[in-house]
Design a protein around this ligand. Structure first.
Ligand code: SF4
Length: 475
């Protein structure tokens, strides 16, 4: 499962804003490694540089030196393999002759295809296939005398998840959808302002966290300082997977540091699914902290049983068939001396398609583990995500197709236990109504029925034609 994108913005006359953005994107690299980009503005002109790969692959001293000004936005993108193209890299710059803006987006707009068709009919042209370009052109085409009025109109038209940073030649904007699906926070640096997907980006650049951008809010930073425009927000829908997996454990979202929340998930698993075992391990890195929580609560010792190759995926060289057959072994190497003859509790963050977990169990057993008891922080995922998470279609979700006992047999584990929704909410320690839990319950905070119907039709037609439909993707 992958999250789509990290965003950052800064307005400061006292800093090299492109360099600051580079290091903030570096801290947000976990949110996307497909492409990266920075746009700057100096009061008159917007400059942009984007490229495929991670931040450190895309930028060097030379490219940063051309990104001058006192306003910057940046973006890390994750996308599905089929849409791996530089035209989809962000920030995206769009112009209608009179005005130019640059925009970077985290989320997914579920009515993007409809708006795309409408704007195409009005003569707007599109370079890529992202919903971010649709948002940008919708802002440009919207009625209103000010940028805030145009953005407010756009927000009324958009359905879906969006945490946006946007710049004009003179101003920086931060915009968050009324449900607050994706995180977005506000901070200060020297005499300027910063916006980021996660607080860890602020920590890394020495900025001070001020507050979250509120659901439905527009924040404007210009020469006159900072202004805020609150919008309507009837129902909250923060993505619970930010707490389980996406965001870094040193980030704070909704006032909750994620590290203890993940520890509490592991402890909850130990209470809900106890088992006699010799050793606990968390699948690195995302479930390491939850593994510690399980160990503390159960009193079973914890150790590392799998060493993760943290550089997997950092190459554009395609593996040959022999390497590809090794599958998950490219990512994890077991420690047989730690595992031999042991009854293991293995804590992981989630099971989506069920394609990776059987390989993990197999590697551990091959390395000598006597028993493998899988414990999963996320409840069974039975419904797809429409809000910016590249998950799977319903047909591909293993928990939508099999019972827990069948999944346990399929992955080859000796037992399998998922954290309950109540246990998860207790671990996060925030009101349940704050969250989107749709991938567990099918209760989407934003109406997605039309989109689901369309997807079902596309899936049918795709399987008939044995081809995949092109579409508009999230940012
Ligand atoms: S459906 Fe699941 S992954 Fe998507 S936003 Fe809701 S909680 Fe997050």
């Amino acid at each position: 499962m992958h999250e789509s994108c990290g965003v950052f913005g800064v307005y400061s006359h006292d800093d090299d804003v492109a360099r600051l953005t580079f290091f903030a994107l570096f801290a947000l690299q976990h949110r996307g490694q497909e492409s990266s980009g920075i746009a700057t503005a100096d009061g008159k002109k917007i400059r942009v540089f984007t490229g495929m790969g991670r931040v450190s692959n895309v930028f060097n001293e030379d490219s940063l030196s051309h990104l001058t000004g006192h306003i910057a936005i940046g973006h890390n993108r994750y996308s599905t393999a089929g849409s791996s193209r530089v035209a989809n890299a962000q920030p995206i710059v769009v112009s209608n002759g009179a005005s130019t803006i640059a925009i970077a987006h985290n989320g997914n707009i579920i009515n993007a295809t409809h708006i795309y068709e409408e704007l195409s009919g009005q003569g707007y042209t599109f370079r890529g296939t992202t919903d971010t370009e649709v948002i940008a052109n919708l802002i440009l085409s919207s009625p209103g005398k000010t940028w805030v009025e145009k953005i407010q109109y756009t927000m009324h038209r958009l359905q879906g998840a969006y945490s946006l940073v946007l710049l004009t030649p003179r101003e920086l904007f931060a915009v968050r959808d009324p449900f607050g699906v994706r995180p977005l926070c506000l901070g200060t640096v020297d005499n300027g302002w910063v916006i980021a997907s996660e607080t860890c980006a602020l920590d890394h650049i020495g900025a001070e966290f001020i507050r979250e951008v509120k659901p439905g809010e527009i924040v404007v930073v210009n020469e006159n300082n900072l202004e805020s425009y609150s919008g309507e927000s009837h129902r909250r829908g923060a993505c619970i997977f930010e707490y389980i997996y996406f965001a870094r454990p040193d980030s704070v979202i909704n006032g909750r540091l994620l590290y203890p929340a993940r520890q509490a998930m592991g402890a909850g698993l130990a209470r809900e699914h106890p088992v006699d075992a010799d050793l606990v391990m968390g699948v690195p890195d995302s479930a390491t902290v939850a593994g510690m929580g399980y160990a503390q609560e159960s009193g079973i010792p914890i150790a590392e049983g799998l060493i993760k190759n943290r550089y997997v995926g950092r190459t554009f060289i395609e593996p040959d068939q022999r390497i590809r057959d090794l599958g998950v072994k490219l990512k994890f190497n077991p420690l047989p001396q730690m595992l031999n003859g042991k009854r293991l509790v293995v804590v992981d963050d989630s099971i989506v398609r069920g394609t990776t977990t059987p390989s993990v169990v197999k590697i551990l057993k091959k390395a000598g583990a006597k028993e493998v008891h899988m414990r999963i922080c996320a409840p069974p995922i039975r419904y797809p995500c429409f809000f910016g998470v590249d998950m799977a279609t319903r047909r591909e979700l293993i928990a939508a197709q099999k019972t827990i006992q069948e999944i346990c047999e399929f992955i080859g584990a000796d037992s399998l236990g998922y954290l309950s929704i109540d246990g998860l909410i207790k671990a996060v320690d925030l009101p349940r109504q704050n969250f989107c839990l749709a991938c567990f319950t099918g209760d989407y905070p934003i109406p997605v029925q039309l989109e689901m119907d369309k997807l079902a039709l596309e899936t049918m037609s795709a399987s008939r034609q044995n081809s995949v439909c092109d579409g508009i993707e999230g940012g």
